[in-house]
Each structure stands twice: as C-alpha cells, then as structure tokens.
Design a binder for this molecule. Sequence first.
Ligand code: PEP
Ligand code: MG
Length: 320
Amino acid sequence: VRQAAYQGRMQPGATRDGTHIEVAANVNRAADAQAALDAGAEGVGLMRTEFLFLESDHAPTEAEQEREYRAMAQALGDRTLVIRTLDIGGDKEVPYLGLAHEDNSFLGIRGIRLCFERPDLFLPQLRAIVRVAGDHPNVHVMFPMIATLADLRRAKAMLDDVRAELNVPPIPVGVMIEVPSAALLARELAPEVDFFSVGTNDLTGYTLAMDRLHPLLAAQTDAMHPAVLRLIAVTAEAAQAHGKWVGVCGGAAGEAVGALVLAGLGVRELSVSTPAVATVKAALREYDLAQLQALGREALAQPDAAGVRALAEELLSRTK
Ligand code: PEP
Ligand code: MG
C-alpha cells in the first residue's frame, strides 16, 4: 500500500471521481521546499514564519526575511505559497524578544495580537512579504489567531498601508480559523477574505479547553471530535456561500481518517507534513466525493470522536 501511494504521489490530489482536493505541504524554510515538491506537494499551504525567529539568535531583519520568502516563492514556481505572519506566544517562545511572562499564554498576547502590540516586528515582516508578493503572484498572506472581525480589519488595514507604501497590487489574504469565535463568525469574515485555513491543532484545544500539549489530555484532544467538526462544517458552509476556498493546515489533515472526513465537510485543500502528502492523496483517490460527503454528514451526528473514527475506519477498510 505504501509503495503504491508513493508511486502515485505526483498525481493531483483528487477523489476517485475527480474532485480536486489540493494536497499541499506545511514547510517552514525555503531549504525544505524542494523535498516537499519531490514528495508530491501541490504547493505550500502553511509557511510558519515564526520558525525564522525560533531558529535564530536575533530577530531576522526585513532583508533577511525577504530573502527567505523570495527563495520559497521561487522554489514553488507558480504553485500556491501561503505565508503565515508571525504566530509567537502560546507554546512558541522567542527568548530574545523580551516578551512579558503571561500566566495563561494561550489566551494572551499571541499571534496577531502580538503583532498589533509590536509593529516594530509586524511592519518589517509585512514589507518583506509584500515585496516578494509584488514579484510572485503565487504568494498568499494569512493571519493567525484571528478571533474577531476587528482583528481581521486591523490586520488588513496594516497590510493595505504597506502595499500602498510599496506600490504593490492586492495580494490574496486569508485567515486561520483556529479560535472557535472565528468559526462562528465565518459568515462575517468570509466576504472580507480570499480563503480560510482551519488550524485544527489550536481549534481543537480551544474548543475542548484542553491544552494541546498536555500529556494527560492528549488522547482526548482529538480534532475528530464532533464539536470541532461542527465548527469546521460551519466554516466551510460560510466560505462556500461566498465563493471562497477552505483548507486545513492542522495535523488532522495529514491523517487518512482526518483527510476523508474533512474533504467530506467541504474542505478543498489539505496542507500536511511532507511525509504525509502521498498517503493523503492515496486515501482520497479511493472514494467518490458523494461517499465522503455521506461520511461528513454522519460524522457531524456522532456524539464523540471515537464514533467518528469508527465510521471513517470502516470506510477505509472497505476498499483496502
Ligand atoms: C494549528 O493551530 O492547527 C496550526 C496549523 O497552527 P500551529 O500549529 O502553528 O499553531
Ligand atoms: Mg495554530
């Protein structure tokens, strides 16, 4: 099975009856882009730019960031590149930034909130991204930890100011859906973005109020919980109503069970770790869209994650 999956890795991601489900990779550094393409990735659905900061002993300058983003955009040619702006805070600490200690860092100044507090970090990053986007139309910008419509508008206004300053035309803009309020506001957010990408890692943690890294809660912190899936379904419906696409870049997208359920809920892009690209494509190819949609509907009606997993495993065992 693995061998067959590997051999089919360069085919586009699609269901058996040909609905395109883009299978992209989560790649943080330009140096890793080629490996993702060789593994069959159709693009990069999540570039976690905080890794530039986490893997450095100083805040990368605007020029250093521009070099990295440009190298990534060039490596991808005309394939989609989603550059996510800094998501520092929560579990991602950067010692040299001298950020204040927070008792509850997952609910504090994290992601876009930190960027609003620290324009000295955010504006150079936006300038670096905008310059590269001006030369590479494949570049998309995505904001993390959006919780309200005001967050989105404020981030977009800053991006617009930078674009005006650098004289660069509009860039596709998306938001992470990783806070329950954002999923519940998807109807309001959708008209103001080009795409959504669901961050199932944080969305699961915040929905179930379980720390995503807590060892005693790990078994229960499952993105296949119907409470999480219902938020994803609401997000996908809102996006569809406004003609926008929805991806998933959290870990659930990279599991066969997750990929099938998510595609059944209307997700049309799965951004996964490089080694998972081939297996996710292989799983999708086994089923018609209608089968996955039926799975999605049944999943939403389950009382718990175990019920959802049992349904998906049953489907997986039928064609193998
Ligand atoms: C997520 O929350 O699912 C996500 C993709 O973002 P990160 O894991 O970087 O928080
Ligand atoms: Mg996240």
